[in-house]
Design a protein around this ligand. Structure first.
Ligand code: MN
Length: 214
């Protein structure tokens, strides 16, 4: 099941050139559903928001990053499902390859859907609670109805719910928390292949620290 879902992910990548996981490795079992957010300094900087469901990560690229201000809705472009071992990936994808650029494990933790996640995804109204190191409380992903391109309808909005974890006027403060939750490293250190090895979350064993390419 998961393997068929990952065919788009695999088709986009050459695993001889990138050290991103192919999804072949087993991940550790967890009692709760996991989520990760990866800061990705590609052609355009974005934050990849990934929610574990049915053996893969449902994924969205949040162009300006998440905001704790409920009035500050952030565009989240739905992208292909990613393998669960991707949730431990921190390193640099070679230039010229798909998504070339540095990837930081910016946040991670557990998520809980507020209802049937498959039905909510289909409807385009996914409500959930996050328990991460940076992101907490209630959130919603809403699929936009009037996509100006009127094509694939892959544009969603990531919105913070009103609760104890909201922060009005917080547009960019959260994004200044700019160190890896897995290794404590900055983007520059990750790019240089320096500093601590990221601590694994999805797998039992960590990726090599020197996930860096010329
Ligand atoms: Mn990305």
């Amino acid at each position: 099941m998961a393997s068929r879902k990952l065919s788009v992910y695999r088709a986009k990548r050459d695993f001889h050139k990138t050290k991103e996981p192919s999804g072949a490795r087993k991940v550790a079992k967890a009692e709760r559903l996991r989520f990760v957010v990866q800061k990705h300094d590609a052609t355009r900087l974005h934050y990849d928001f990934r929610l574990e469901l049915d053996g893969v990560f449902k994924s969205w690229a949040v162009t300006r990053g998440p905001s704790r201000d409920p009035a500050d809705k952030r565009l989240a472009v739905e992208v292909e499902d990613h393998p669960l071992d991707y949730g431990d990936f921190e390193g640099t994808i070679p230039q010229g390859e798909y998504g070339g650029g540095t990837v930081m494990l910016w946040d991670r933790g557990y998520w809980e859907p507020e209802g049937d996640p498959r039905a909510m995804l289909k409807k385009g109204d996914l409500k959930f609670v996050l328990a991460g190191e940076k992101l907490e409380g209630g959130w919603v992903l809403v699929r936009m109805k009037n996509d100006k391109f009127k094509s694939k309808r892959n544009n969603w909005l990531l919105i913070k719910h009103h609760d104890a974890f909201e922060k009005e006027g917080d547009a960019e403060t959260l994004l200044k928390k700019d160190k890896s939750v897995a290794s404590g490293r900055s983007m520059a250190e990750i790019e240089a292949g320096k500093g601590k090895k990221p601590k694994p979350f999805m797998r039992k064993k960590a990726f090599a620290r020197d996930a860096v390419w010329e």
